[in-house]
Design a protein around this ligand. Structure first.
Ligand SMILES: *Cc1c(COP(=O)(O)O)cnc(C)c1O
Length: 352
């Protein structure tokens, strides 16, 4: 009954096999190898972006922080949401790698940035002088950190507001595959066709061992990102092992198949939870993350029964038993249907 994180699962066997196959003989280091060239071409093909600049990286935090550093100056502001990974979970890496750009939260509705709030934040009347800083970039996340989904049209509305103000737009795609599986949109439709300039492309949470990419749809900033990656110590010398993961991940649409499975498990979990009166699901899940509120006493008994998940807004072990607390339940491609069934059975038994 493991629902703590989509980083908790194993590496997909096809990716493990690709790593073993890459582990033959010698290859040029630092990305000058044939597998890396093929991985870059595979990402360009998947995104219908033959001119994009592609950089493989070992972590999503590095991808986000380095992408944002190429988009925003130290005296500028990056707009995101209060729940955004770049604001909350990266130990100020974006501030560090941008050299001090400010991150500002824009109001949300169910985890999704509100266009009116973004437009208000970018109103030129707010920027009278150098005292006010300057707008630098917009950073969105899809799936959002609250497990909700922007459609390509919703992304385009937000990027339109940003572009009108002269801002480039970054998308944190740690769970882009889940967003694509949920909408059926193509990778291009969800990104550059909707106005995304730079993408952090996630693979680790969806079956890789540790491989992410930054895709700059406008390659003008490619050299800067290459220099920044090296300076940050994020240019992996044995690059072929990143490339092998990305190639296997994209091969025959594996990445989208894995995301579909993760989303399906989550939908099944949400269905079952919806029939338990003590449990409130909020917001409605679109992909592979769901949030469920129920009393502390029930958390205690579920966790004691072996369920593993994070409680977001309080200590499950101490406090009033009737106080509702929110569980974050995450499924991944490797979550067995049996885990979902057992979790629901346990909850039904405990609430009977
Ligand atoms: C997991 C995650 C990342 C990347 O995290 P790393 O642990 O640095 O790979 C980035 N953004 C979001 C929204 C995430 O959930």
């Amino acid at each position: 009954m493991f629902f703590a994180s989509d980083n908790g699962g194993p590496v997909h066997p096809a990716i493990m096999e690709a790593l073993a196959a890459a582990n033959e003989g010698d290859a040029m280091a630092y990305g000058d190898d044939a597998l890396t060239a093929r991985a870059i071409e595979a990402l360009r093909a998947a995104f219908e972006a033959p001119d994009a600049a592609v950089f493989l990286l070992p972590s999503g935090t590095a991808a986000n922080a380095l992408a944002l550093a190429t988009l925003a100056q130290p005296f500028q502001t990056i707009y995101a949401t209060a729940d955004a990974h770049v604001i909350n979970h990266e130990c100020n890496a974006p501030e560090f790698y941008t050299g001090g750009a400010k991150l500002t939260a824009i109001a949300t509705d169910a985890g999704k940035m509100r266009p009116d709030a973004l437009a208000e934040a970018l109103d030129p009347a707010r920027f009278h002088s150098e005292h006010d800083g300057a707008p630098g970039a917009l950073s969105l996340t899809n799936l959002t950190e609250l497990g909700t989904l922007y459609s390509p049209g919703e992304i385009a509305t937000l990027t339109g507001i940003a572009h009108a103000a002269g801002l480039p737009v970054h998308l944190d795609g740690a769970r882009l595959a889940n967003a694509l599986a949920a909408t059926g949109a193509s990778p291009a439709e969800m990104t550059w066709k909707a106005g995304i300039d730079a993408l952090s492309f996630g693979a680790t949470k969806n079956g890789a061992m540790g491989a992410e990419a930054v895709i700059l749809f406008d390659p003008a900033r490619a050299r800067e990102l290459a220099l920044r990656r090296m300076r940050a110590g994020q240019l992996l010398s044995k690059h072929r092992y990143l490339a092998a993961q990305i190639l296997a991940y994209l091969q025959d649409g594996l990445w989208l198949d894995l995301a579909r499975t993760a989303n399906l498990r989550t939908a099944t979990l949400a269905n079952g939870l919806g029939n338990i009166p003590e449990v409130e699901i909020t917001p409605a899940p679109a992909g592979n993350i769901l949030f469920a509120r129920f009393p502390r006493a029930l958390h205690q008994r579920l966790l004691a029964a072996g369920a593993e998940y994070h409680v977001m807004d309080g200590n499950p072990t101490a406090g009033a038993p009737e106080e509702p607390l929110t569980a974050r339940l995450v499924c991944t491609w490797s979550t067995p249907q049996e885990s979902v069934d057992r979790f629901l059975q346990t909850l039904r038994r405990l609430t009977a």
